[in-house]
Design a binder for this molecule. Sequence first.
Ligand code: PEP
Length: 246
Amino acid sequence: MRRLLIAGNWKMNASMTTSSALLSELVNADISTCDVAVFPPFPYLALAAESLRASSVRFGAQDCSDELSGAYTGEVSAAMLRDVGASMVLVGHSERRQRHHETDALVLKKAQQILAEDMTAVVCVGETLAQRQAGLAEKTVTEQLSLLLSQLSLVQWQRVVIAYEPVWAIGTGETASPEQAQSMHAHIRQLLGQVSVALAEQTRILYGGSVKSASAAELFAQPDIDGALVGGASLDAAEFLAICQS
Ligand code: PEP
């Protein structure tokens, strides 16, 4: 049985004060029934490291460089994230694919840097509304995963989590129905199964896109949904904890 992973992506919506308050609420909560991780903005990672030192809540970064080190002004390497205690990194979020034109090849390079540092890569995939309406949702997600499936070893895959995030559901208040989400998750698991049965069984596939406490339980009841990547609702401690308790 894959343990549920609830991951909170704070995006660029936090300050020192709000980060500190959210982290202390998480530290004081009883969330032992699932794995929980938060993804604060870079400047607050050291604060997360300090606050979560004695907690089972893990923390990670929202992105990293595809390069190891060197003259890349403004970038943050996977090694630096590991250095501050991060154990997970998001990669390929649709906001980065869209705003920064990140390609599947770049997403693969970033994932390789993360895995080389023994951290977990949470790889985001998902179709736009236009792609879904054109009947291209599964094809889009298949293409987004194909390089990862062909290039990463089975050992590397042990530290990869997939987050299916339909772009039309992110930050819109419109959650995919449990059936829509389950259907795509089953498709993703079938792609993993083409590489190996063990890969399909072990890989956690999270759903992301306007998850709230009201929708979480029904999503988590689906056989192929192994948790959630939560944006907006992860900024409200009570709401995030209610999702964790679902
Ligand atoms: C996200 O940013 O990954 C996300 C799913 O956001 P929201 O929950 O706000 O839709």
